[in-house]
Design a binder for this molecule. Structure first.
Ligand SMILES: [Zn+2]
Length: 253
């Protein structure tokens, strides 16, 4: 195997393992539970899981998606999050190679996967997670700045301000967690791509909303978490923001 292929595979495996950890963080952080102290248990029969039941992806496949003790189905969310994290880690390495910006990309993926899990499950974005990542991203943008250098500052201010306006105008729908998340996205992505994230998140939310409504999976009154759309939009904007923005202005002119 070439070194490039070996490293791609390594980042994929790293992503699988971290994805399994982000599942735990996303499910435990909102309840303020420690991430490491107690071993994982089956949420149904409360049996402690052994190491062979905690192998990312493989345990799920070999146990055919069922708990070994009580045969209760395991949520597809666990292997799906592991696989997505693995693919995103490998993709980030392929796109960026070994440079400081790769750390920014991996941290961004980490934050967004955790936000995705928490918001899907509890409809909230845990403050302690946002506070953990906030200083890391400021540090990253000092070491690996964007051009122009003030773009992250403007991105954070504009992103946060727009969400505050949406919160005030809509009375619900979005919350303080979404606002703080957009401040962080502003720092990592800069002004243009933060605005693009807002736009894409609304489009994703609308498309998925219409599909879920027409399939009668949700009803009109049901509140839906916005975090998963923000997470997906921020990933697309981070990796493909420049070509999308360029295409958009070409399209307009
Ligand atoms: Zn069980």
């Amino acid at each position: 195997m070439t070194p490039h292929l070996t490293l791609t595979l390594l980042f994929f495996l790293l992503g699988l393992v971290f994805g399994s950890f982000f599942n735990v963080v996303g499910l435990r952080a909102p309840q303020k539970l420690p991430f490491t102290a107690d071993r994982s248990i089956c949420p149904h029969c409360k049996n402690q899981l052994s190491w062979c039941e905690l192998i990312p992806l493989l345990s799920f496949i070999f146990q055919s998606g069922k708990c070994r003790h009580c045969q209760h189905g395991i949520s597809i969310m666990y292997p799906a999050i592991e696989l997505i994290t693995g693919l995103l880690f490998a993709f980030a390495y392929i796109k960026l190679g070994l440079q400081i910006e790769l750390i920014a990309a991996l941290l961004l993926i980490a934050l967004l996967v955790i936000v995705f899990v928490s918001d899907m499950r509890y409809m909230l974005i845990p403050n302690n997670v946002l506070l953990f990542f906030f200083p890391l991203f400021i540090l990253i943008r000092i070491v690996s700045p964007l051009t122009p250098w003030w773009s992250p500052i403007m991105g954070a201010l504009t992103g946060g301000a727009i969400i505050v306006i949406i919160i005030l105008a809509s009375r619900g729908g979005m919350g303080g967690g979404d606002m703080k998340l957009f401040v962080i996205i502003g720092i990592v992505l800069g002004l243009d791509n933060t605005l693009l994230t807002l736009l894409l998140a609304s489009v994703f939310g609308m498309v998925v909303g219409v599909v879920l409504l027409s399939l009668k999976i949700i009803n009109r009154k049901q509140p839906v978490p916005f975090g998963p759309y923000i997470a997906a939009a921020a990933i697309v904007a981070y990796f493909y923001g420049e070509p999308i923005v360029a295409w958009y202005f070409n399209f307009l002119s």
